[in-house]
Design a protein around this ligand. Structure first.
Ligand code: HEC
Length: 510
């Protein structure tokens, strides 16, 4: 029966909002399927530029939705709570729109960064954000219809609470991605950490010098990091060459098709050492041809450890370490022999990452501020000699050898390094950017750089490189930026190079 005081429709029906809302929701869901996985290198800078706004934008929908949540709770507990028109529609519209924008930026961020490739947390966060944005749109449509038809607000509210719940999950994943999983609880008071069964603050061993000399396990802090550098890339979960994994102690001992990986107390019969000690030109030599070879001190330390029982837990103090081995350990762990016993973390928290962290912490004394992790999540490093300049030479750079495989960018501009230091970079298989501006490097360094296919940016500003060397760079398809300001390279050579590398920007200052 029509009622003049309470018309069934207080507003026109929200058909266009429904249409465009569903269109946006469908588009969002389709996006990941159409775009595939992240491929950082191929993305234009604009993608990365816009993507970097994600951390700024995402707080808007979070704030708006928290506000709406409180408004709605207020309405429920007020007398007129049953009326959907109690709270206005616009904040929800604004919240949903800002959620879409934040998700789009997040999507670009994800695609612009190679480090998100295969990162489960990043994928979950991507989907969490997407589902939240879609849920926000659906909630909006529902509320509009509820208002138009004077329906019961309960359904819309249920959807709203659900959306806020998804938002909570997605935000938590996002925070874990940027700050590390234990960011919130890291400095929590001990009773709370015990309650949540959280390990003590992770960074502690790297920052605070070890408590007792030699408390660290030889396997976890010295042997495992060597294997990590030289072998694990091909012998791990999902890529176990010869059905042999070396990423845990148990699997290392267990071995592969040819039997156990090592025989405790007997290095001569230990498969990993037999392989490492084969002549370089033997097909079965490990690591295989084309990979930086394992170095003598590294082999010496592993041999010594196996001959002395290959214990996974035993610490340095429990061994009688002969002087040559102490020296070898100092070399491979990049710390002075006297420090060998004091720098690494305590055994129970040990792992390759702890070793890397303590190694980086060790370098911070030698090169303050020069070496740092790319992000808190990452085991990738950046090195910049900006504050060292003339104080860094080939010998100084050589000490960085143990961390080179982790480097993604290295800035050696205006230092005293020469081609010799650059030749060290062969083991920097993750290197994307190298700055050699105003150093003594020559065409010989270009021959080295050619063997680092991951390189995307090379700065040779003010060096002695010539046409002969630079023309070889045409064999580097990943190269995106090349700085040749103030070099003897001729315009003709640059023109030919540009033709061969159309996607590379060559900066000549001309
Ligand atoms: C670039 C990839 C790569 C790296 C790095 C590498 N390996 Fe291998 N490894 C292989 C391949 C491929 C095989 C299988 C072919 C063969 O047996 O030679 C293999 C097989 C082996 C085997 C035989 C396993 C079995 O039981 O069949 C051992 C032992 C081994 N590797 C040890 C090592 C050690 C030790 C290192 C580090 C010093 C290392 N590998 C680094 C690729 C690699």
């Amino acid at each position: 029966m029509p009622n003049h005081d309470l018309p069934t429709s207080r507003r026109s029906k929200p058909w266009s909002l429904t249409f465009f809302g569903l269109l946006a929701a469908g588009g969002l869901i389709a996006m990941p399927f159409l775009a595939g996985g992240p491929d950082g290198e191929k993305m234009p800078d604009l993608v990365r530029f816009l993507g970097h706004f994600h951390p700024v934008l995402l707080h808007l929908p979070i704030g708006v939705f928290v506000l709406i949540l409180f408004q709605e709770l207020g309405a429920i507990f007020s007398k007129r709570g049953k009326e959907p028109g109690e709270t206005p529609l616009f904040p929800l519209f604004f919240g949903a729109a800002s959620a879409i924008v934040a998700v789009l930026a997040g999507f670009l961020l994800y695609h612009g960064e190679v480090r998100f490739r295969g990162n489960e947390l990043a994928e979950r966060h991507l989907w969490g954000g997407l589902i939240f944005a879609v849920a926000a749109v659906v909630t909006l449509i529902f509320k509009a219809w509820t208002m138009a038809l004077n329906g019961n607000a309960a359904f819309y509210r249920l959807l709203l609470f659900g959306s806020v719940g998804v938002m909570g999950f997605a935000s938590h994943d996002g925070a874990s991605l940027t700050h590390g999983e234990d960011y919130l609880t890291e400095y929590a008071p001990e009773p709370i950490r015990n309650l949540l069964e959280i390990e003590p603050a992770k960074d502690a061993p790297a920052i605070v010098p070890a408590k007792v000399a030699g408390e660290q396990s030889v396997y976890a802090n010295i042997v495992a990091p060597i294997l990590e550098r030289r072998c694990v890339q091909c012998h791990k979960e999902g890529k176990a060459k010869g059905k042999f994994r070396m990423d845990t102690y148990e699997l290392l001992v267990k071995g592969g098709k040819e039997g156990p990986g090592l025989e405790a107390g007997n290095s001569a019969e230990s498969n990993i050492l037999i392989r490492m000690n084969l002549p370089m030109d033997d097909e079965e030599h490990m690591p295989p041809e084309g990979k930086p070879d394992i170095e003598d001190p590294e082999v010496a330390v592993i041999t010594w450890w196996i001959d002395n029982g290959a214990d996974p837990k035993k610490s340095l103090t429990e061994f009688d370490v002969p002087a040559p081995i102490q020296e070898a350990i100092a070399k491979v762990a990049s710390i002075a022999p006297a420090q060998v016993a004091t720098t690494a973390g305590p055994a129970h928290a040990a792992g390759p990452d702890e070793a890397l962290k303590s190694s980086v912490a060790g370098f911070s004394k030698q090169f303050p501020g020069a070496l740092s992790f790319e992000s808190q999540q990452s085991s990738l490093l950046t090195f910049t000699a900006v504050s060292l300049r003339g104080n860094l030479d080939d010998a100084g750079f050589k000490t960085l050898a143990p961390v080179l495989p982790h480097l993604v960018t290295v800035d050696l501009s205006a230092t005293k390094i020469t081609d010799q230091a650059v030749s060290q970079l062969l083991s920097a298989k993750n290197l994307r950017l190298v700055r050699l501006a105003e150093t003594g490097v020559t065409d010989a360094s270009i021959d080295t750089l050619l063997m680092i296919p991951s390189l995307e940016s090379i700065n040779l500003y003010g060096t002695k490189v010539t046409d002969a060397g630079v023309s070889k760079l045409s064999a580097m398809p990943n190269l995106k930026r090349l700085y040749l300001w103030q070099t003897a390279v001729t315009p003709e050579a640059i023109k030919t190079l540009k033709e061969k590398l159309p996607s590379c920007e060559i900066i000549t200052g001309a």
